[in-house]
Design a protein around this ligand. Structure first.
Ligand SMILES: NC(=O)c1ccc[n+]([C@@H]2O[C@H](COP(=O)([O-])OP(=O)(O)OC[C@H]3O[C@@H](n4cnc5c(N)ncnc54)[C@H](OP(=O)(O)O)[C@@H]3O)[C@@H](O)[C@H]2O)c1
Length: 219
């Protein structure tokens, strides 16, 4: 698959490692330009590109930048992507440490619904509750009792199926959280956030979540 990754930090860098290792054709961009991605490209075989180029011809685009940076991404970001491109959002709203106040989220909008509105394209929320190092440490072959499952939320079942197959290919099971309106079940402060457990445990944690944001995760 052709995958464009926007953001090459903790998560974007490790997704570049996992997806290239699984044989995908990966392009990766950051805010400072492709010349600053030479080491990651040399290590993984990914192609360093500008943000404007990242989605070109991509089957899947991963947006993995701090949420406060999402509104500043180019408005035509996805114009060169094929129709039906799947956009993955890994984002978490960290109002106190990083992102500042985002009124719509404070008023109850699920984080990824807000990101979707900024991007003008549906998103699939995944990887948001997984520590970056777990992307390298936790992958296991299918059927391994230690294999962990990641929650996946989104409104497009076909897109979610592609994403869940992608996860399977890099060593993770997955659990369908439901549509994006249910994606609060995997946001920061919920039982599944940071859990790293098997599918049954993840399902139970999603069911036990409360839509109320805790004080720690409010502005
Ligand atoms: N860290 C984790 O364990 C973890 C786990 C799950 C989810 N998340 C979430 O995933 C997202 C990314 O987290 P992270 O820890 O990977 O962040 P990070 O290490 O701070 O990396 C952010 C990346 O985004 C790039 N970036 C920032 N603004 C940009 C812009 N306008 N255009 C293009 N690229 C831009 C940065 O580019 P430069 O390198 O050029 O500055 C950097 O490569 C966040 O929403 C975070 O909450 C993080």
């Amino acid at each position: 698959m052709k995958i464009g990754i926007i953001g090459a930090g903790n998560i974007g860098g490790n997704l570049t490692r996992r997806f290239t290792a699984a044989g995908h054709d990966v392009s990766v961009a950051n805010s400072r330009g492709p010349e600053t991605l030479r080491d990651l490209a040399g290590e993984t075989g990914a192609t360093p590109v500008t943000v404007a180029e990242a989605a070109r011809g991509a089957d899947v685009v991963v947006v993995t930048v701090p949420m406060k940076a999402v509104p500043g991404l180019p408005g035509d970001l996805l114009d060169d992507a094929p129709e039906g491109v799947i956009v993955i959002d890994t984002g978490n709203y960290y109002p106190q440490q990083r992102d500042g106040r985002i009124a719509a989220i404070e008023e109850g909008m699920p984080e990824s619904r807000w990101t979707e509105l900024q991007l003008g394209h549906p998103v699939v929320k995944v990887f948001n509750g997984t520590y970056a190092h777990e992307l390298l440490d936790k992958p296991r072959p299918k059927g391994d009792p230690e294999r962990i499952a990641l929650p996946v939320a989104g409104d497009d079942d076909a897109a979610k199926k592609v994403v869940r197959d992608l996860l399977d290919g890099i060593g993770f099971d997955s659990v369908d959280t439901g549509g994006l309106d249910e994606s609060w079940r995997q946001q920061p402060g919920t039982p599944v956030y940071g859990l790293a457990a098997d599918a049954d445990t993840v399902r139970k944690a999603l069911a036990e979540a409360s839509p109320e944001r805790t004080a720690e995760w409010r502005a």
